[in-house]
Design a protein around this ligand. Structure first.
Ligand code: SF4
Length: 354
C-alpha cells in the first residue's frame, strides 16, 4: 500500500546505514538534489500473476505532504523515457499479459518535468503515456496505480475517459475529508476539487470504481474534521477505502506538530471509518448489479467450481463454470459478465456469451 511506503523506505535507509557502517565508505544515499534523472534499474517489471504486470513509469515526488518522508528519500519527480516503457509493454503483451498497471512514486506526475520532451501534440503529462499505450494493438487493458488529486483534476480526468483500454478505476488518495486538515497536510486540494473529479468520472460511468486512502488522527484532527472524512467516504461511495491511523515519521513537519491525537481516539476513529467504508462499498456494489463488464479471469477454485477475476472497475467477480477444464481455459481471458448478486468480497455473475 502507498501509505506503507514510508515504512519500507525508512527500513531501507536504516539497512543501508548499517551496511555502510559495516562495509566502509562505499555505499551512500544521494542527496535529493542529485536524484535528477530517471535511473533504469534493469528490473522494472513485477508480475503479480500470469495476467497482470506492473510497469514502473516514474520515480520521486515534488509534493512534500507534511507527513511523508518520500520526497526526501526518493528525490524529485522524474519520468522514464516513453520509448523504454513502450518497449517493455510490447514485450509483456507478447508474453501474454492482459493487464498493464502503471506505477510510480507519484504516478500522476509522469511527464511533469519542465525539460520533459514528447512528440505528442496537445497531450500532456500522464496522458502522453496512456495515449501511446492505448494505441498499441491487442486485447488488453491499462490500469493506473495510485493517483494524487493535486495532479489529477476534473479536466484531466475527463480527457483520460476517452482512452478505451484504460480501466474505469482510479485509486485517488483522499487522505482527509476536512479542508482544514488537507491544508495542514500540504495537499493542495480540497473537498470541492476532489468531488469535481468524482462527478466527471461517475457522470461518464455510474459504475466507475474509486478506491482511496484515508489517514485518521492526523495532528490537530478534531471530531468535526473526522466527521468530514466520514462524510466524504459516504458521499463518494468508494469501492475500497484503506484506513490508516496517523503515525509519526521522524524528520517530517507533521511529526513536530502540536495537538497530536491520542492513540485511543485514533483507534476509535479508525474502527468507525472502517465500518462506514464497508457500508459504502456494499452500497456501491449493490448499484452495479445488472451491469455488464469485462472481467479478466485470474483464478480457478476447485472447491467452489468458480473462476474469479477483476472487472475493469476493479470489482472482484466470481462465475460458476462447468468443470475444471472450462475454468482453466478461462484463465487470462477477458470475458463480458453480467453481475447478478453481491458475493463474498465482490459480486457473482454470469457469462454474457453463453
Ligand atoms: S504525494 Fe505526498 S504522500 Fe504521495 S509520495 Fe508525494 S509527498 Fe508522499
Amino acid at each position: 500500500e502507498k501509505n506503507a511506503l514510508p515504512d519500507h523506505i525508512e527500513k531501507l535507509l536504516q539497512d543501508r546505514q548499517i551496511k555502510k557502517e559495516q562495509e566502509g565508505p562505499y555505499i551512500h544515499i544521494l542527496p535529493r538534489e542529485e536524484l535528477k534523472e530517471y535511473e533504469e534499474s534493469g528490473i522494472i517489471t513485477s508480475m503479480e500473476s500470469r495476467t497482470r504486470a506492473y510497469i514502473k513509469i516514474q520515480d520521486g515526488c515534488n509534493q512534500f505532504c507534511s507527513y511523508c518522508i518520500i520526497p526526501y528519500a526518493r528525490g524529485a519527480a522524474r519520468s522514464r523515457a516513453s520509448q523504454d516503457i513502450i518497449r517493455e509493454a510490447k514485450s509483456l503483451l507478447e508474453k501474454g499479459f492482459k493487464e498493464l498497471v502503471l506505477t510510480g512514486i507519484n504516478t500522476a506526475l509522469y511527464g511533469s518535468e519542465e525539460d520533459f520532451r514528447s512528440e505528442e501534440k496537445d497531450v500532456y503529462g500522464i496522458e502522453i503515456i496512456v495515449k501511446q499505450l492505448n494505441d498499441l494493438p491487442g486485447d488488453f487493458r491499462i490500469r493506473l496505480s495510485s493517483l494524487e488529486p493535486t495532479v489529477i483534476n476534473a479536466s484531466l480526468a475527463e480527457r483520460l475517459l476517452k482512452y478505451d483500454k484504460l480501466c474505469h478505476h482510479m485509486h485517488l488518495s483522499l487522505q482527509s475529508g476536512s479542508d482544514r486538515i488537507l491544508k495542514a497536510m500540504n495537499r493542495h486540494y480540497g473537498r470541492k476539487e476532489y468531488l469535481e473529479i468524482v462527478e466527471v468520472l461517475r457522470k461518464a460511468d455510474a459504475g466507475y470504481g474509486l478506491t482511496t486512502d484515508v489517514i485518521v488522527g492526523f495532528p490537530g484532527e478534531r471530531e468535526k474534521d473526522f466527521k468530514d472524512s466520514a462524510d466524504m467516504v459516504k458521499r463518494v461511495g468508494f469501492l475500497k477505502t484503506h484506513v490508516f491511523p496517523y503515525s509519526k515519521r521522524p524528520g517530517t513537519k507533521a511529526a513536530e506538530m502540536r495537538e497530536q491525537v491520542d492513540p485511543q481516539t485514533k483507534k476509535a476513529r479508525s474502527a468507525e471509518l472502517i465500518r462506514i467504508a464497508e457500508e459504502s462499498s456494499r452500497d456501491f456494489l449493490k448499484g452495479t448489479i445488472g451491469d455488464r463488464r469485462k472481467v479478466l479471469f485470474e483464478e480457478y477454485d476447485d472447491t467452489s467450481g468458480m473462476v474469479s477475476g477483476f472487472s475493469d472497475n476493479y470489482i472482484k467477480v466470481y462465475c460458476q463454470v462447468d468443470d475444471e477444464k472450462h475454468g482453466q481455459c478461462l484463465l487470462n481471458t477477458l470475458k463480458e459478465v453480467k453481475f447478478s448478486e453481491i458475493y463474498l468480497d465482490g459480486v457473482r455473475g454470469t457469462f454474457c456469451d453463453k
